[in-house]
Write a protein that binds this ligand. Structure first.
Ligand SMILES: [Zn+2]
Length: 221
């Protein structure tokens, strides 16, 4: 197979990530928004990827990955998340900085490098934001999570993963000292704007906006 450009690889990655929330099918507009490209240029690119048999694109319906498109997309996620782990664990970058660097490193083509790095890191299952890392065969163990905005009141959860797109959001989590695996319980919800009150590890109380809650993913315990 011919090598893909970084832009083509990003399309496959975002179709996978957006599709996870929409049963695999992604609307062209959602993709245009995520990539900050015009709908017309997204359509052009999707036609190109369809010619390469990496996506199935139907006008007005949307786009989904073919088997070979999915294989490539999972591989990019694996590279991205392993690089993030390496940057945080070995080079001591803070978690708000690693995503942007991994966006560049995920396009390095050597499988051997990635497999060796995986071994060097001790085959980690999750990246520093709590996202699952696919193994070299493309297997990925998806944890059963819901966004904190959709979580139930008075139930005990742990913080499993956080959206890593925004450095400002991760800095905010540092500021309020919220960390992965912290125990979270919603004790109150404001009807007006869905702001929630939570306790962390049965001690500290915090107020969380609906926006922030949507970017925090929890697992019930
Ligand atoms: Zn990332």
């Amino acid at each position: 197979m011919t090598t893909l450009s970084a832009i083509e690889e990003n399309y496959l990655k975002y179709i996978l990530q957006l599709g996870e929330m929409q049963n695999g099918n992604v609307k062209t507009n959602d993709l245009a928004y995520k990539l900050e490209h015009s709908a017309a240029s997204v359509t052009d690119m999707l036609k190109r990827l369809a010619d390469k048999n990496l996506v199935v694109y139907k006008k007005y319906y949307g786009v989904s990955l073919t088997k070979s498109g999915l294989k490539i997309a999972v591989k990019i996620l694996r590279k991205h998340r392993l690089w993030e782990t390496f940057l945080a664990k070995k080079l001591k970058f803070t978690w708000d900085k690693i995503h942007v660097i991994a966006e560049q490193l995920e396009h390095v083509q050597s499988d051997e490098l990635i497999d060796k790095m995986d071994e060097f890191l001790g085959f980690p299952k999750f990246d520093p934001h709590g996202d699952p890392i696919p193994d070299k065969h493309g297997n990925i163990s998806l944890p059963n999570v819901v966004s904190l905005a959709d979580a139930k009141m008075k139930k005990q959860y742990t913080l499993q993963n956080v959206n890593d797109d925004s450095a400002a959001f991760l800095k905010y989590l540092n500021k309020i000292q919220l960390q992965l695996n912290d125990k979270i319980k919603i004790i109150d919800k404001e009807e007006f704007d869905e702001t929630i009150q939570i306790t962390i590890n049965d001690k500290k109380q915090l107020t969380i906006s609906k926006d922030a809650a949507k970017n925090l993913f929890v697992k019930s315990i």
